[in-house]
Design a protein. Structure first.
Length: 204
C-alpha cells in the first residue's frame, strides 16, 4: 500500500542509539532476513515518504552499510548520547534543507520491527484527508510513535530536550488524532526483548 502523493511527507528514522542495555547494536539485529535499520527505512520508503532521513550515531559504520542500497539520506548526530530529542532536531534540520516545502514528517524508530509500510501509509493518507497537526499510534498501551507531525510543529520539534523525544509533544497536545495498531509495537531494548523477537520468528 502506497500512500497518497497529494501531501508530501518526509520520513524520519531514529536509529542513533547506543544499545547499551542490549549489549550490541540493535540496528544490526536480523529480523525476517534483514536488519532492523534496513527494515524500518524500507517501510518508510514503501509507505510513500520522501525524502527519508535516517539519523545515526551509536553505530555508524554498520548502519551506513545497511542503508547504502536504499534512497535514504543519513545524518550523523554527534550528540546522540544526550537523548532522542537531539536526533529529532538533527533530522528535521536536514529535512528542511532538502525539501523546504515539506508538509510534514513521519517519525519512526528502528527497533519496532512489527511496523509495516501498510501501517505507515495510513498516516499519510489520513493527513492528506484531514490535515491534523499530530497523528500518533495508539497500540492499546501508549499513544506515541510512529507519529506524523505537520510542518507547523517543526519549531517545537527542534526545541525538544532529553530522551523522551516526540512523545513529549504528543502528550502535551490536546489535539492528537490517532491510528489504532493491531498489536503493541514493542521496542527491542534488552536481551529478553531480543529473545522474544527471535521466538516470534520461529512461529508457524
Amino acid at each position: 500500500m502506497t500512500a497518497s502523493k497529494s501531501s508530501k511527507i518526509g520520513g524520519l528514522l531514529l536509529a542513533a542509539g547506543g544499545s547499551s542495555r542490549l549489549g550490541h547494536p540493535k540496528q544490526l539485529v536480523q529480523y525476517q532476513g534483514e536488519t532492523l535499520i534496513h527494515r524500518a527505512a524500507k517501510a518508510l520508503i514503501d509507505a510513500g515518504c520522501s525524502p527519508v532521513i535516517a539519523v545515526i550515531g551509536g553505530e555508524i559504520e554498520g548502519s551506513t552499510a545497511e542503508l547504502k542500497d536504499l534512497p535514504v539520506q543519513t545524518v550523523l548526530n554527534p550528540e546522540w548520547h544526550t537523548g532522542m530529542s537531539s536526533s529529532i532536531a538533527s533530522g528535521i534540520r536536514r529535512l528542511i534543507e532538502i525539501e523546504p516545502q515539506i508538509r510534514g514528517v513521519l517519525i519512526t524508530l528502528c527497533d519496532q520491527p512489527d511496523v509495516t509500510a501498510h501501517f505507515l501509509a495510513c498516516f499519510i493518507n489520513q493527513y492528506s484527508e484531514e490535515q491534523q497537526d499530530i497523528i500518533a499510534t495508539d497500540d492499546g498501551e501508549v499513544i506515541g510513535v510512529p507519529a506524523l507531525f505537520s510542518s507547523g510543529l517543526f519549531d517545537e520539534l527542534l526545541l525538544l530536550k532529553g530522551d523522551k523525544g516526540a512523545r513529549q509533544l504528543i502528550r502535551n497536545s490536546d489535539k492528537v488524532a490517532t491510528i489504532q495498531a493491531d498489536a503493541v509495537f514493542s521496542d527491542i531494548d534488552t536481551q529478553e526483548d531480543l529473545v522474544r523477537l527471535q521466538d516470534d520468528q520461529q512461529l508457524p
